[in-house]
Design a protein around this ligand. Structure first.
Ligand SMILES: C[S@@+](CC[C@H](N)C(=O)[O-])C[C@H]1O[C@@H](n2cnc3c(N)ncnc32)[C@H](O)[C@@H]1O
Length: 231
């Protein structure tokens, strides 16, 4: 069997929905044509050389599923000395990220326009200072729940790429996902939940940036934010 076929066989179950949507606007098409190459993580499977991708940056953050990119763009503006890798296979989201990068003149974002799990495999060990997984696709129907991103195997691939004492933030407004994610992450044993009181997970953290998706309140419960530090 060829490499491509065998890789495909072992690719994890798809955790995202549509990758196409409305046609891109003229500006979005121009950004994809003119700016994507300079703003993206290099294509391929090779390990990533983060110092050469982000010269002089003091920390590396990863945002998985940045959606419309509101959170990533705002955080990148607030933290110019931090490198942010944003993963998102949804084309319109990628185009919105490129618009934000251009409008805010950001130098500290690289986009991976595909499944974050392929990107994580290419990262060096213990390189990440912070990881955001905000309102991931909820897959609410029982038969779809195996598509949820938070799985033991996903944590197994992510944890070695995080520095000891680095931060993971997970947010959702779907009750069954909140319960499942908390159980899965705590059962892993390598992530220490930072909540001391209910308000620590019921209130948005002070540095959180609300997104358009979040304001739609599509879930079945109030949003929860779980902050962990790695052991
Ligand atoms: C419900 S949206 C929320 C977007 C954003 N985080 C927010 O809060 O507005 C979840 C996003 O995660 C993306 N996603 C799902 N699985 C992913 C994966 N394995 N790698 C990268 N992105 C993924 C989807 O394409 C989708 O845009």
């Amino acid at each position: 069997m060829s490499d491509t076929k065998s890789n495909f066989r072992h690719r994890p179950l798809r955790s995202f929905g549509r990758i196409g949507g409305r046609p891109l606007s003229v500006r979005q098409k121009e950004l994809m044509a003119d700016k994507m190459e300079a703003s993206r993580v290099p294509e391929g499977n090779a390990g990533l050389d983060l110092p050469s991708m982000f010269p002089g940056k003091k920390a590396v953050w990863l945002e998985i599923g940045f959606g419309g990119a509101e959170h990533m763009i705002t955080q990148a503006g607030r933290q110019p000395d931090t490198a942010i890798i944003g993963c998102e296979p949804f084309l319109e989201g990628v185009a919105k990220a490129l618009a934000g990068i251009e409008d805010e003149r950001l130098q500290n974002i690289r986009i991976w326009p595909d499944d974050a799990r392929m990107l994580i495999d290419r990262l060096p060990g213990q390189c990440l200072d912070r990881v955001f997984i905000l309102f991931p696709d909820p897959w609410p129907k029982r038969r779809q729940q195996k598509r949820r991103l938070i799985q033991p195997a996903f944590l197994d691939s992510l944890h070695p790429k995080m520095k000891p004492g680095s931060a993971l933030r997970f947010a959702t407004d779907v009750k069954s996902y909140a319960d499942e994610a908390l159980l899965t992450i705590l059962s892993d044993g390598r992530f220490q939940w930072q909540a001391a009181a209910a308000d620590d997970w019921r209130q948005a953290p002070a540095d959180h940036v609300r997104t358009r998706y979040e304001t739609k309140k599509l879930g079945d419960c109030d949003p929860v934010w779980f902050d962990f530090l790695t052991r």
